[in-house]
Design a protein. Sequence first.
Length: 164
Amino acid sequence: MRAKIGVAMALSVLAALVLQVAHLPLGAPEWLGWLRPPWMLLIIVFWTLAAPMHTGLVGAWLVGLTIDALNVDPLGLNGALFAATNFATRRFRSRVRMYPLTQQMGAIFLLVLGAEVVCQVVRSLAAEQPFSLMLWVPAVVSALAWPLAYRLLQRMRPQRHIVV
């Protein structure tokens, strides 16, 4: 059972890495890039909710460091954000799991919005990038993408069969 969950987690993380670094086609408008949700953050939230004993702060931090290297972000930025998201999801796991999907979408919106605010502040300080008020768009898109991601990952997750 443990190996099946590990394989499912590894495949979903690999898919999220590919989606995270995929570039838009040439000639695509710049605003289209804002409509891409942070897939890795959604994956971390799902696996923390679904299998908390198989996820941890160090794993989330290492995945974040990988994203930092791939996106040329300040080293440790995404690692710290993913670890903080993992911690917050673990802290409120029992509540969030009981929420209907619409309330889970609200929780995802708040998590992603907080992560985007921190990213924008750090990038504006470290890399002198201008602060943009468009940071709420990935949060909305992530909230809207959550039901699809949740359903896909739920089908991918190995189910426990209890024999009575």
